[in-house]
Each structure stands twice: as structure tokens, then as C-alpha cells.
Design a protein around this ligand. Structure first.
Ligand SMILES: *Cc1c(COP(=O)(O)O)cnc(C)c1O
Length: 390
């Protein structure tokens, strides 16, 4: 007789996984030997720079790195983050109080609600969005208040549309620019409005800055912390994952308001023991080199972006030319839903994309393409779509 295991409510009440159907179709197509082009997952295909890999190999062989790391991160790592922020954004950070290492920024994003959200607390979350923000809220018993990102508001949340009653109850607000999945960007004026909102209603601002380095045509996205008052209200999550093609390494950082940083550090010291020190040493190497190793990646993605965007437009699909991120947010043709269009691309063209509503209902009417395959394959994507009758 087997035991009966009851899953916790936080697990059993997760919203239904919207990609089940796509995953099933993908497995079927692979089993039939279809040559699939996967523009679904946001995971760079470009390898980590050799200098960083060499540093890991060297650091991994040092016995001192085989022991438990210090959960907040090596002081040398936090100093390297502070140096990089100063060089890149002219933002000065105290490495001891305003910088925390993360086991990838996803970990910190999920733990932020553990530190600052109580059952019943309200968290304002843009939609569509990176799913970890609302999951963090609900795992901790909080409630999400979703703010739609639409073409009309340039995919920037309209803070004035939040009823005063909701704003007063809100504990935390998530923002993410350059944005996944819409590829939208924000400027200092928007960030200043966020600071003003946060000060008026006593709301913690969490800015997810994962894509500031993946930007094109000479555009350099801002850090939220560059804006006056940001450090009074906010914390910024950043990561080496997208910047240095290190998604598998699991290393990121949270920076900003010292109370917010220490709250998150308190959670972490109770649930994890930090990132492998050899990985932190390699991360120091990557941050120290900075643009020297990021620039070639930008070139690759920019060329791919131009190929995919012009290919999609040539077949009559509508999209903006992204100024940053490795995503293209594409309007679904009239008469189809996001799920239907994504299914059609998979079934009839062997192209995997993500339906926009998978990131939240206001994403309905769009699908997301990634730029994480080489340019020859992206040309083929356009050719395959051309052969469909849209
Ligand atoms: C990829 C991604 C992250 C997480 O990256 P880590 O590998 O966990 O550092 C965070 N936010 C957004 C929006 C992302 O797309």
C-alpha cells in the first residue's frame, strides 16, 4: 500500500502550465524526425568566453574553493560588482552593504518575497512578465495585482491607473527593462515616475536588469539606480547569465538599498550557502573584462535581430525592431490566438515560439521569438514561414 502524499497548496494552486500543448507537439515532431528550429527558450547558444572558462578551471583546482562559501558572496566578488556598476552606470555601491551574490538572479527574485511579503500582502506585477515575480508572491501567500503592458503604453506599466486603495496596500512593485518578453526599453523619466510612486505609497521597487548589456545600435540601457531617489526605494537584480553567456553557471547579484539587500541576505543565509567560490572567481574575471567580451555578443545578436525582423516583416508579420534583449515580440495575424499561431508555426513550419499569453493574459495577441540560433537558421525561419499561407 502506497502512502498518499498531499501537495502543498502553493504547488497545487500554481496556474496551469500553458506550454504543455507546445511541449507535447515538440516531442511528437522530434519523434517524427522533424528538423525543428527552437526559438522558444531564452538561453544563449553562444559559449561562455574562453577566458572565463579558463579562470573556472584554475579556481576549481584550489582546495580553498572546495569548502562552503560565505552566503553573501566573496568580498572580492562583491567588490568586482561594485567596480562594474561604477564603470558601467556611474553608480557607487558599498560592497559590504549594498551588494549580495545570488545563485543566478532567479534565486534572488524568488526569495525577495520570502523576505518582504507576508500572507495577504499585495505585490504589483506587470503582465506579461517573467513568471518568477508572481510565483514568488503566491508561494509566500501574497496577492498579485497585475498591470497590463500594452502597445498603447509602450509596454511600460501605467502607474496612474493603479487605484489609490491598491497603491496604499501594495508592498512591492516589479519592473524589468529592457523587458522580457516584450523587448521594450525604459528611460530615466519612467524610472523617476517609479521612484515618485514608491515614495508616495511606501512601496519597495524591484528592478530586474538582466538585459541591460544586450542592447544594439550603440544604445546603453540604464540601471534603475542611476535615478535620483532609487536607492531609497529599490533593489536591482542583475546577472552574468545573459551578459556573459553564463546561464548554466548560476551567478547573479542584488544591489541597492542596504536594508533590502540585508533582508534578502537574511533569507539566503537560512536556505542556501552561496555560489561555488570558483564560479565567483570566474565571474570576477568576466566583470573585470566587461565590454571586451560583451561587445562580440552584441554584434552577433544585432545581426540576427536584423535578419529575423526583416524576414518576419517580409512575410507580413508586425513587430518592432528591438533595441535590446534577444527577443522579438511579434503580433499574431488577424483571426488567430497566440496559442493557435504558435501551434501553426510548430506544426506547419517546424518553428518553436512562445505564445505571448504564457507570460500573462495581456500578452494574448503576440508570440515571442528568441534570437538564440545562428543566422542561417533564422533566415530559414523566414523562408519556412513564407511558405505558409498566413
Ligand atoms: C533570464 C532571466 C532572468 C534570470 O536569469 P538568471 O540566470 O537566474 O540570472 C531574470 N529575469 C529575466 C527577465 C530573465 O529573462
Amino acid at each position: 500500500m502506497g502512502l498518499v502524499f498531499k501537495k502543498s497548496r502553493r504547488i497545487s494552486e500554481l496556474p496551469p502550465y500553458l506550454f504543455v500543448e507546445i511541449d507535447r507537439k515538440k516531442r511528437d515532431a522530434l519523434a517524427r524526425g522533424v528538423d525543428l528550429i527552437d526559438l522558444g527558450v531564452g538561453d544563449p547558444d553562444i559559449p561562455t568566453p574562453a577566458k572565463v572558462v579558463e579562470k573556472l578551471i584554475e579556481a576549481a583546482s584550489k582546495p580553498i574553493n572546495h569548502r562552503y562559501p560565505f552566503s553573501a558572496g566573496l568580498m572580492e566578488f562583491r567588490q568586482a560588482v561594485a567596480n562594474w556598476y561604477e564603470r558601467r552606470f556611474r553608480v557607487r555601491l558599498d560592497p559590504a552593504k549594498e551588494v549580495l551574490s545570488l545563485i543566478g538572479s532567479k534565486e534572488g527574485i524568488a526569495n525577495m518575497a520570502v523576505a518582504f511579503v507576508d500572507p495577504g500582502d499585495l505585490v504589483v506585477v506587470p503582465s506579461p512578465c517573467y513568471p518568477v515575480y508572481p510565483v514568488g508572491t503566491s508561494f509566500n501567500g501574497g496577492k498579485n495585482y497585475f498591470l497590463p503592458l500594452t502597445i498603447e503604453n509602450r509596454f511600460l506599466p501605467d502607474l496612474d491607473a493603479i487605484p489609490a486603495e491598491v497603491a496604499r496596500q501594495a508592498r512591492m512593485l516589479w519592473i524589468n527593462y529592457p523587458n522580457n518578453p516584450t523587448a521594450a526599453v525604459a528611460d530615466g523619466e519612467f524610472f523617476a515616475r517609479v521612484v515618485e510612486f514608491a515614495l508616495r505609497y511606501n512601496v519597495i521597487v524591484c528592478h530586474d536588469a538582466a538585459y541591460t548589456e544586450i542592447a544594439f545600435d550603440g544604445y546603453r540601457p540604464m540601471s534603475f539606480l542611476e535615478v535620483a531617489g532609487a536607492r531609497e526605494v529599490g533593489i536591482e537584480f542583475h546577472s552574468l547569465s545573459k551578459t556573459f553567456n553564463m546561464t548554466g553557471w548560476r551567478i547573479g547579484m542584488a544591489v541597492g538599498n542596504p536594508e533590502l539587500v540585508s533582508g534578502l541576505a537574511q533569507v539566503k543565509s537560512n536556505v542556501d550557502s552561496g555560489a561555488f567560490q570558483a564560479v565567483q572567481e570566474a565571474a570576477i574575471e568576466a566583470l573585470g573584462r566587461g565590454d571586451e567580451i560583451v561587445e562580440p555578443t552584441r554584434k552577433v545578436f544585432q545581426e540576427r535581430r536584423d535578419i529575423l525582423v526583416s524576414g518576419l516583416r517580409a512575410v507580413g508579420l508586425e513587430c518592432e525592431t528591438p533595441r535590446a534583449t534577444f527577443y522579438v515580440w511579434v503580433r499574431v495575424p488577424q483571426g488567430l490566438t497566440s496559442a493557435e499561431f504558435a501551434a501553426k508555426l510548430l506544426d506547419e513550419a517546424g518553428v518553436i515560439t512562445t505564445p505571448g499569453n504564457g507570460f500573462g493574459e495581456p500578452g494574448e495577441g503576440y508570440i515571442r521569438f528568441t534570437l538564440c540560433v545562428d543566422k542561417e537558421r533564422l533566415k530559414e525561419v523566414a523562408e519556412r514561414i513564407q511558405r505558409l499561407k498566413l
